[in-house]
Design a protein around this ligand. Structure first.
Ligand code: AGP
Length: 579
């Protein structure tokens, strides 16, 4: 979703902002803009990709702000792109979040003579500041913040001073502190090239940065915020010779799985709390919810602890059992639905944890205890290595709690991950790439793997794909089956095998072409399949997780063959910061 960058120092601010916005591209956007103080406020706005407009940006000045916009209020257009100015053009503002009461504020401002050019909620902010501004930008911003309902991270500049005023409530904002230079950004990635020292601003913070230094206010108080050190490397956010970030990130999975699994024992108190839990609820969205479903299955079947997954956006409509343990799972740690769900759980007295990949992210401020996945930065919108890292974390938790019952499964996954990444899925790509609808099926642990496979396929190839528990097909989706509705089935030796084979036969009887991910040497599954993908002969648990990587590759190669924008699929954003 929207990304913001601000720079104050000795370099050309427009260049730093542009490079920073390129680092935030992965979040998803449809237009962008930059403003610098040079000495008057100068703006550049454009729709589409930053790389296409790069050479047309000629803004001078060492103080500036930039923004990538993911349209919420108003179509993607130059007019609706940030930054926005007030009536005088002396102030410029970029904003990430949603001002919920903007319509009322806009009406009142119009009555007082302000004119608006865009359909956005953001444009009320510079006009409100204009009314309060009498030479002290920080004071003026502080006065208008109580008027804003909703979520925001904002950066404000004026032509009168070399200064950036920033405020945060509900949307992420990081301040990088370099040598005689400061960089604000929505996350750490734009900052890495300049400094590793950062401050994660808290909700309610107002930061005033000038060439003389920075001051952070919280209400009327000046506050000291701890500096943190960014752990990621600038090299981690480059493609490193791969055609897409998604492919690079998939290839990082063997390392990520091992790194994350081996780090879990570092938090024994959480593990004790989980072992003693009467019940566990997990809140998450999308891929993180699918990884959570893997956890729920393992927790219930291996440890016997009742565990449910509630989609974060639905959590507010459910009761929270007393003394429940609630775990929020989120790669970004910035997903609005997941943060909101965890806040509700906390208010209701639940013990709250989070599993996230991003140090200092908003979720970590809400949860009482945080576990980190060790996946490194994930740039591609399609989550791959973060899913595998979440699964590694969960498997290791279950393993420790159960006294080592998953040790073999974990070892098998570690052993075969590099191998399955090299599987040839070309025949499967040929079978699915022209289909209008695909059905993914599995049972037991392979069910969430089917859900995740279908999610991956639809988000990057734009082919309609649905994941089902294989037993559910007869209760409706069977009506879709025909020779033009391929089915992708995970059918592994183990407790689910006999019924899965029956299901494969039933679907074959309805003429559905079948791609079967089975165990090498399983002649029955191979015989029925139109395309058979042989997984190593491992446990059903290990095989299901290995199958998820093959399904990622199937989605990736299908998307490449269809020519879609693999890393930044249409309409999607990496961090979904609105509910
Ligand atoms: C995954 O490929 C998707 N891009 C999406 O479903 C994602 O997993 C979801 O938005 C949750 O994100 P989070 O893990 O950062 O909370």
């Amino acid at each position: 979703m929207c990304g913001i960058v601000g720079y104050l120092g000795y370099r050309q601010a427009a260049e730093v902002c542009m490079e920073g916005l390129l680092r935030l591209e992965y979040r998803g956007y449809d237009s962008f803009g930059i403003a610098t103080v040079s000495p008057e406020i100068t703006l550049f706005k454009e729709t589409g990709k930053i790389s296409a407009a790069k050479d047309s940006i000629h803004l001078n000045g060492t103080c500036g702000i930039g923004h990538t916009r993911w349209a919420t209020h108003g179509v993607p257009s130059k007019t609706n792109a940030h930054p926005f100015t007030d009536c005088t053009g002396k102030l410029a503002v970029v904003h990430n979040g949603i001002i919920e009461n903007y319509a009322q504020l806009k009406r009142e401002l119009e009555e007082r003579g302000h004119t608006f050019v865009s359909e956005t909620d953001t444009e009320v902010i510079p006009h409100l500041i204009e009314e309060q501004y009498a030479g002290n930008l920080c004071e003026a911003v502080a006065k208008i913040l109580p008027l804003l309902e909703g979520a925001y991270a904002i950066l404000v500049i004026t032509e009168d001073t070399q200064e950036i005023v920033a405020a945060r409530k509900g949307s992420p904002l990081v301040l990088g502190i370099g040598d005689n230079e400061y960089i604000f950004a929505s996350d750490g990635l734009p900052i890495l090239d300049y400094t590793r020292r950062v401050i994660y601003l808290e909700d309610g913070d107002l930061a005033d940065v000038t060439p003389a230094g920075y001051t952070i206010y919280h209400g009327a108080e000046v506050v000291e915020r701890k500096t943190a050190v960014l752990e990621w490397d600038a090299a981690d956010i480059r493609k490193g010779g791969f055609a897409h970030y998604m492919l690079k990130e998939m290839y990082e999975q063997p390392e990520v799985f091992s790194n994350t699994a081996s780090s879990i024992a570092e938090n024994p108190s959480l593990l004790c709390r989980l072992r003693d839990a009467r019940s566990i609820t997990i809140v998450a969205c999308g891929t993180s919810a699918n990884a959570a479903t893997v956890f729920a299955y393992l927790m219930e079947t291996v440890c016997g602890i009742p565990t449910r997954v509630v989609l974060a956006s639905e959590f507010k409509y459910y009761p929270t059992p007393k003394n429940d343990v609630v775990i929020a799972v989120s790669q970004s740690g910035e997903t609005a639905d997941t943060i909101a769900a965890l806040k509700i759980a906390k208010e209701k007295g639940a013990k709250t944890f989070c599993l996230t990949n991003v140090l200092g992210s908003s979720l970590t401020r809400t949860a009482e205890t945080t576990f980190y996945t060790r996946a490194g930065p994930e740039v591609s919108v399609a989550a791959t290595k973060s899913f595998t890292a979440q699964v590694a974390a969960f498997m290791e938790m279950v393993n420790i709690i159960s006294g080592g019952k998953l040790t073999e499964d974990i070892a098998e996954i570690q052993r075969y991950l590099p191998e399955v990444l090299e599987y040839d899925v070309d025949a499967a790509v040929e079978l699915v790439k022209d289909a209008a609808t695909l059905l993914y099926v599995g049972r037991g642990l392979s069910y969430p793997i089917a859900l995740e496979g279908a999610l991956k396929m639809k988000e990057i190839s734009y082919i309609h794909a649905e994941g089902y528990a294989a037993g559910e097909l007869k209760h409706g989706p069977f009506a879709l089956l025909s020779e033009s509705t391929p089915v992708v089935a995970v059918c592994l030796s183990g407790i689910t095998y006999p019924v899965m084979m029956s299901n494969l036969k039933e679907m074959k009887a309805r003429c559905a072409p079948e791609i079967v991910l089975g165990n090498a040497g399983d002649l029955d599954a191979e015989e029925i399949a139109d395309v058979f993908i042989p997984l190593p002969k491992v446990s059903e648990i290990a095989g299901s997780i290995l199958a998820s990587v093959v399904l990622q590759m199937l989605a990736y190669k299908t998307a490449v063959s269809l020519g879609t924008d693999v890393d930044m699929p249409r309409n999607l954003a990496k961090s979904v910061t609105v509910e």
